[in-house]
Design a protein around this ligand. Structure first.
Ligand code: GDP
Ligand code: MG
Length: 177
């Protein structure tokens, strides 16, 4: 997890977007520090976190940006998207509204970000299966139609968080190589 004394071949900026409380900050905490907190205010104010990993023998520094409470529609500024090569579009599988807002976020992303940006749709809180409000099939279908990668994750249980980041980072890496 440490970044110290590592030679870096690439820096990839990836942005997290989606409604408030879907788990963006906890997904980032899980990926960057292998931590999870039930206190949603734990990471407020942090602009981005980094983690350096190895992809095909190259050192890749992932710089992951978190919205830090700017999730209201159109409140995320274009500076946030500037230079981003990847995006994680997150909804909460227990909150239908957070999924219904995904087309808006996608539109926002496509109007601000580079047109070649790699995007993954993420249904978070998969540990709360008994409260599920968004069928996996609905999300899968939407992702296919829009040409997005798709995974369900649990930041709490650390399920698929690593895979979600690796999917995006590896695809970005492959586009460049
Ligand atoms: P954000 O507003 O999108 O950054 O959401 P947060 O990361 O602050 O998470 C909002 C709330 O959902 C917090 O209470 C988290 O502890 C909780 N949460 C985040 N991810 C998960 C998860 O995978 N499973 C469960 N059960 N709760 C989660
Ligand atoms: Mg947050």
């Amino acid at each position: 997890y440490g970044d110290a004394n590592q030679k870096v071949d690439y820096v990839f900026k990836v942005v997290l977007i989606g409604d408030s409380a879907v788990g963006k900050s906890q997904i980032l905490a899980r990926f960057a520090r292998n931590e999870f907190s039930l206190d949603s205010k734990a990471t407020i104010g942090v602009e981005f976190q980094t983690r350096t990993l190895v992809i095909q023998h190259k050192s890749v520094k992932a710089q992951i940006w978190d919205t830090a409470g700017q999730e209201r529609y159109r409140a995320v500024t274009s500076a946030y998207y500037r230079g981003a090569v990847g995006a994680m579009l997150v909804y909460d599988i227990t909150r239908r509204q957070s999924f219904d807002h995904i087309p808006r976020w996608l539109e926002e992303l496509r109007s601000h970000a580079d047109k070649n940006i790699v995007i993954i749709l993420i249904g978070n809180k998969s540990d709360l299966e008994d409260q599920r409000a968004v069928p996996t099939e609905d999300a899968k279908e939407f992702a296919e139609k829009e040409g997005l990668f798709f995974l369900e994750t649990s930041a709490l249980e650390a399920t698929n968080v690593e895979s979600a980041f690796m999917t995006v980072l590896t695809e970005i890496f492959n586009i460049l190589n």
